[in-house]
Design a protein around this ligand. Structure first.
Ligand SMILES: [Zn+2]
Length: 143
């Protein structure tokens, strides 16, 4: 029985073990520039509306919480309901003002100037807040 491999035997053995070194490089699909045209305006509008609705929902919960806890003419800090996803500014309205401003499902309260003219118009202006009115009301959107 042999204990030692000859050098050539060792080399042969090693070559066989690592013989599949012909690496297979999966080819990435770099040619996938899509011909689909994206309606960027529609996406932007959708984001604006979604964001505003999110803050409106937040404020709606807030007003329910504050109602009865504060006087009707006492300002309550709400969140600006504008379409800017980075806007976290506060808007002070009384519960009364808030309720009146949201009398329609497509109305939102924002900081003065936080208006996106492509989706909304200013329904009422003031020093502390503006009420904007959406041109589009999403189907089924109700307050
Ligand atoms: Zn804002």
């Amino acid at each position: 029985m042999r204990i030692f491999f000859t050098r050539s035997e060792q080399l042969a053995h090693t070559a066989t073990a690592s013989g599949q070194s012909a690496a297979r490089h999966p080819r990435g699909r770099c040619d996938s520039v899509s011909a689909v045209t994206v309606n960027r305006d529609a996406i932007r509008r959708e984001r604006l509306l979604k964001n505003e609705q999110t803050f409106r929902d937040h404020n709606n919960r807030r007003v329910v919480f504050e109602e009865g806890a504060v006087g009707v003419d006492e300002p309550v800090p709400f969140v600006c309901e504008c379409g800017d996803p980075d806007c976290i500014e506060g808007v002070e309205l009384t519960v009364d003002e808030y309720t009146t401003a949201h009398s329609a499902a497509n109305r939102f309260t924002v900081k003065p100037g936080h208006v996106f003219p492509e989706v909304e118009g200013v329904a009422a202006g003031g020093e502390r807040f503006w009420v904007v009115e959406k041109f589009i009301v999403e189907a089924g959107a109700q307050s």
